[in-house]
Design a protein around this ligand. Sequence first.
Ligand SMILES: NC(=O)c1ccc[n+]([C@@H]2O[C@H](COP(=O)([O-])OP(=O)(O)OC[C@H]3O[C@@H](n4cnc5c(N)ncnc54)[C@H](OP(=O)(O)O)[C@@H]3O)[C@@H](O)[C@H]2O)c1
Length: 258
Amino acid sequence: MTAYPELTMLLPDAGRGFGSDPAETELADLVARGRPGGRWVTANMITTLDGAAYGRDGRSGSINGPADLRVFSVLRALADVVLVGAGTARAEGYRAPRTPERLRAVRASRTTTAAPALAVVTRSGDLAPELLADSPHPWVFTTSGAAHLGHLRAHLPPERLHVSDDVDLAAVLAVLADAGLPHVLTEGGPSLLSDLVARDLVDELFLTTAPVLVGGDAARPTTGAWFDPQARAAPVHLLHADGVLLGRWSLRGPRLGP
Ligand SMILES: NC(=O)c1ccc[n+]([C@@H]2O[C@H](COP(=O)([O-])OP(=O)(O)OC[C@H]3O[C@@H](n4cnc5c(N)ncnc54)[C@H](OP(=O)(O)O)[C@@H]3O)[C@@H](O)[C@H]2O)c1
């Protein structure tokens, strides 16, 4: 247990709600701890007890709740850019992220921008005009064969649209880092997270376990091809609030950062 001080520190407190604090200074400190200053990829996902990444309505909003929302909001408040697959942008109706008033101080203490940027990867280019035209515009990474490439070109300024033969996720991260957005928060979905993990591009995973079972045949937080080799993770912390388990796992060994 000594390798994981947060586990020994926080599991004994598991029955207590994780301190109610609208400004989330304690949670933000915990999240920021162990991160290097440069390029870093955090993933944040939620699963039900029976492994589903969404409920019967096809959205993760039906399985999350206030405790998960606290982690979701703090992770966004500390990120330079939120990266999602187009499936998630479509299913969840993504728009440009905004920082809630209560988290502005936490964000201002650690970043220079008012809110994280949004980046979307898509092979089809099928994204809502309202998302593309939002202010600020999202970054969109797509393929030269995308069926909706003209639609993307019509709605996005050229500097926000990146077109290549195939979407190379390492190259996507490099473009974002070069644009001053080195700290990436990916919110999935399952297909994108699988591709990122398969390419060993994820540094840490925040995984919320919602205390519900939904049956059905929803994807898990990762989906598609088996990983070869399988990815290993080490626990960093495990919080508990409102019956929800809030885990943080390092994909870089027991210690985060260099
Ligand atoms: N449990 C959670 O925490 C969580 C988080 C996010 C989403 N979800 C749920 O997951 C479901 C969506 O699942 P999903 O697997 O379809 O999500 P997804 O990974 O967000 O979307 C898949 C789509 O994103 C694009 N994409 C993904 N990886 C790509 C890559 N490497 N290169 C280029 N494009 C890539 C493609 O878009 P095109 O189809 O446009 O080519 C692909 O069809 C929704 O029900 C959503 O609510 C759950």
